[in-house]
Design a protein around this ligand. Structure first.
Ligand code: SF4
Ligand code: F3S
Length: 115
């Protein structure tokens, strides 16, 4: 199993989730993070720190967000790893209240902190 970052992360990217992760499994895109399913050890330490509740165990991902399971698997192999929290996106507070954010998904990589 793995944990999965879903839609509420888009345009927020608070990055608090990476703080307690015991392995290197978060990867940074331009406006969201994803989790590498091959590296996640299912500890659940990333769930509570996320202010927008974007992270779910794979088996509990809400039906409308199931497509984030392959999205995490795909982009975690492309985007750089991130291990240290950084500032949220400037629009984070505004977008934390929005729904239906998939159209804002940006497939470009973020800067990460491990190359
Ligand atoms: Fe990291 Fe644990 Fe979250 Fe997996 S469940 S991404 S290992 S903190
Ligand atoms: Fe995204 Fe929440 Fe982490 S907004 S970057 S999953 S703290």
């Amino acid at each position: 199993m793995t944990y999965v970052v879903t839609e509420p992360c888009i345009k927020c990217k608070y990055t608090e989730c990476v703080r307690n992760c015991p392995v290197i499994c978060f990867h940074e895109g331009a406006n969201m993070l994803v989790i590498d399913p091959d590296d996640c050890i299912d500890c659940g330490a990333c769930v509570d720190p996320c202010p927008v509740h974007a992270i779910f165990p794979e088996k509990s991902v809400p039906e409308e967000w199931k497509h984030y399971i392959p999205l995490n698997a795909k982009y975690s192999k492309i985007w750089p790893a991130i291990t240290i929290p950084k500032k949220p996106l400037p629009e984070a507070n505004e977008f934390s209240k929005k729904e239906e954010k998939m159209s804002f998904f940006d497939e470009n990589p973020g800067t990460g902190d491990i190359q």
